[in-house]
Design a protein around this ligand. Structure first.
Ligand SMILES: [Ca+2]
Ligand SMILES: [Ca+2]
Length: 509
């Protein structure tokens, strides 16, 4: 009798334990998206950087840093807009509802917003919340977040700057705590900075030796506390990059067309002041999650919609395909991720949707073209794809393209009606800063404190790399075909043409 009672009790305990395991709470997501930040601003990517980000450093120490995270590119000057469409929809750059000819050519499903991050997670019973800047984004998706607190906040105070975005998230979390809401959440914690105008808080500007410079007729003061020039700084890009009078290259307040040392160091100081403030604001939200006991079941992702030049290669904006701009910072912390790890990943921002789905045990929508990088987070895979493709053609056509495989990267420029046809081939392992022949100058080495070695240059015209160049050219064409890129470059079949017919054929297959 006693024995059978014990058996019954044991069976009950086992059943209940299994039941509990099945009811393991689904993970939360805190997705932090900053506006315009080069990975090389951050110490985790560039030990030489003066920018202090204790919160991100800690996230990196407790989580995983990605060295190969990219946005796929843009067909318009406002690079933010396609980037944010890709994040929300998991779709490739030529398959977005706003991509040129995508709708006419049947390259985008109807009602694509119904297959975006907020739509998918709402349907799965998640509580979704969003704060971010307004504009240059994916409005049809943004408005699907159950709670939405969007404003553009680029001022120098807590009320007008990044603290405002943090306040929205803190209030949301405090309300969750008050009401005892146990549903899993997905929070899109976006910032309006460090996008220009980079009006920093006074104490942080002082720390980084910068001023909110607004007079285009003078230069900002020289200040030894200002960040050093970037190692790949140039006073001008070696050739026109094909988007005449582009706002970000000629009309950003504080920089305009200037590329002198004082202007660039001051603007970097402003970028750093804004970025440290963002770091502080993220820290406040993480402490709140910790206090609520929710941090251990929350995936926290930190990234930017794209990188930024600010003096690197003589450029100012986000409309180029050098690593400082094509790549994005990407740090993830969460359950099951081994602390202090790094991976290349070869991920795009569009992989976020399928990855969030994978981590939450959801099936990604059929319209998602991204690849889950959960295996990378779990440490069982180093990369999710071999070849990376990038485009900028918001200016003259066909524009810029790039492709990367392993250590090798090709960038091509076919702009200004054929007046500029340039090819760059880099070995990123040997030349991670993509030094050009123009960087091989004593005068520049004195300015930046770094003298590139002779092999750290554009290798495209070096006969020793002719086979490698041909291989990369062929890879680029393959990627352009695969991704329905509507253009061809001068040295490709059908060079310089739009080829919508090819796209229709490839779609019908
Ligand atoms: Ca942006
Ligand atoms: Ca709820």
């Amino acid at each position: 009798m006693c024995k059978s009672l014990l058996l019954v009790v044991a069976a009950w305990l086992i059943t209940n334990a299994v039941g509990r395991a099945e009811e393991k709470p689904r993970p939360n997501f805190l997705f932090v998206l900053v506006d315009d930040q080069s990975p090389f601003d951050l110490k985790v990517y560039n030990p030489r950087s003066e920018l202090q980000t204790p919160t991100l450093d800690r996230m990196a120490a407790e989580g995983m840093v990605f060295d190969g995270a990219y946005h796929m590119g843009s067909f318009m000057g406002a690079v933010c807009t396609p980037s944010r469409h890709m994040i929300m929809s998991g779709r490739t750059v030529w398959h977005l509802p706003i991509s040129p000819r995508a709708k006419e050519d049947g390259l985008c499903p109807d009602n694509p917003e119904q297959h975006t991050i907020p739509a998918v997670f709402n349907r799965a019973g998640y509580d979704t919340m969003r704060t971010c800047k307004l504009g240059n984004s994916y409005e049809a998706a943004n408005k699907l977040f159950a709670v939405r607190r969007d404003e553009t906040k680029r001022g120098p105070t807590d009320e007008t700057g990044s603290a405002w975005h943090a306040e929205q998230v803190l209030e949301y979390l405090q309300n969750r705590q008050r009401t005892g809401d146990k549903d899993p959440f997905l929070i899109h914690f976006g910032f309006s900075h460090p996008h220009d105008t980079r009006d920093g808080k006074p104490e942080l500007l002082a720390k980084y030796g910068a001023v909110n410079h607004s007079d285009s007729t003078t230069l900002p003061p020289a200040n030894p506390l200002a960040p050093r020039l970037p190692v790949n700084y140039l006073p001008a890009h070696p050739f026109p990059d094909g988007h005449p009078e582009l706002r970000d290259e000629v009309d950003v307040s504080g920089v305009w067309k200037n590329r002198d040392e004082r202007t660039i160091r001051n603007e970097l100081g402003r970028e750093f002041a804004c970025s440290e403030n963002i770091d502080t604001q993220i820290g406040r939200v993480l402490r709140q999650l910790e206090a609520m006991g929710e941090i251990d079941n929350t995936y926290i992702v930190y990234t930017a919609d794209h990188g930024m030049a600010i003096g690197r290669h003589g450029l100012q904006g986000k409309q180029n395909l050098y690593e400082h701009t094509w790549r994005v910072p990407f740090i993830v912390k969460g359950p099951g991720i081994k602390p202090g790890t790094r991976a290349i990943g070869n991920i795009y921002l569009m992989d976020l949707l399928p990855t969030f789905c994978d981590l939450a045990g959801l099936r990604p929508p059929d319209s998602s073209e991204g690849i889950t990088f959960k295996p990378v987070l779990a440490g069982s895979k180093e990369i999710v794809r071999d070849v990376m493709y990038g485009v900028y053609n918001g200016g003259t056509k066909p524009g810029m393209r790039c492709v990367k495989r392993g250590d090798w990267k090709l960038i091509k420029y076919d702009v200004l009606d054929g007046k500029v046809r340039e090819t760059q081939l880099f070995n990123l392992k040997q030349n991670p800063d993509e030094f050009l022949p123009e960087h091989q100058s004593e005068q520049l080495a004195t300015l930046t404190g770094v003298a590139p070695e002779s092999h750290q240059t554009n290798l495209a015209s070096d006969p020793a790399y002719a086979a490698r160049l041909a291989e990369m050219e062929s890879l680029l064409l393959d990627e352009m075909r695969r991704l329905d890129d509507p253009w061809r470059l001068w040295n490709q079949p059908d060079g310089g043409k739009v080829i919508p017919d090819n796209r229709k054929q490839s779609r019908k297959k």
